[in-house]
Design a protein around this ligand. Sequence first.
Ligand code: UDP
Length: 328
Amino acid sequence: MSVNPRKILVTGGAGYIGSQTVRLLLAQGYDVAVVDDLSKGHRHNVPAGKLYELNLCNGSALSELMRQMRFDAVIHFAAFIAVGESMREPARYFGNNVVGSLSLLKAMAETGPRHIVFSSTAAVYGEPPESPIREDFPIRPVNPYGESKVMVETMLRWFDEIHHITSVCLRYFNASGADPEGRLGEEHEPETHLIPLVLRAVMTGEPITIFGQDYETPDGTCIRDYIHVDDLAQAHILALEYLIAGGESDQFNVGTGTGHTVMEVVRAVEEVTGKKVPYVIGPRRAGDSPALVAASNKLRTALGWKPQYADLRTIVDHAWKFARRGRR
Ligand code: UDP
């Protein structure tokens, strides 16, 4: 990169996907500042000197930081992500995800940066009528988490119209894996995601519950599109470059386009670890769709994105490397 590297503000850069993106940005020569209140993220995920411990709702502190640092663009991850929790405590989700984003957009409108890459989700589609899911499918979230992301996507449209802030919304499918050396990975508390839970079952011997084996899928378990966190992080950088180069606001799915059943994940974990996965079959989990797979050609065509680690075994291998390092 040139003598004056681009300055990027990353909100939620201490979290799972944010920290991977910060790692790639730094490796590719960007100058990065992370804003994170550490309510979910981890200080150890952020390189020394890059963290500003701040809640996005603190608009005046955010504006001051933006005035000082004169960022070229923003990547916005900071959000709560647990669907189940959002069904119990919607106010927390609208408060943190929507109000926090509004505060960020207001600070952007006041202080300068004119591009934002937003961490959205396949949950905006709710229970789509068919799979693979295209970006032009109806937006019909079925929980406050998905709704909070739709509300931010809507705000982004108006901030472009009125303040000329261009945005890319990346609608993630199942983010998974860890960086290839297994240094940065999933550390959610509580953990609800399949791959870390299957790995935990292998390590502790405590069986994982598989949520339903009576779906209309080849082995009866749900199908998801597992996307390696490194490929997901790279999609953010491509989106950033696209916006900085003058690209128009747009929305893209981020998934590989290939689905795997829960049992396929279990088998992949057995192959990678060389151990039997203890599991029991439980009832279906409320709100689970039988199959969620991305149509991923829009991102590939428009931004030249190509997943490097699309193979499920590689995803599991990297997640296993991370899991074996243990919690810090
Ligand atoms: N799943 C499961 N047992 C678990 C956690 C997840 O069987 O303990 C299943 C879940 O029903 C879904 C898939 O694994 O079909 C992926 O779930 P996850 O929570 O990782 O992601 P989601 O698809 O809900 O975003």
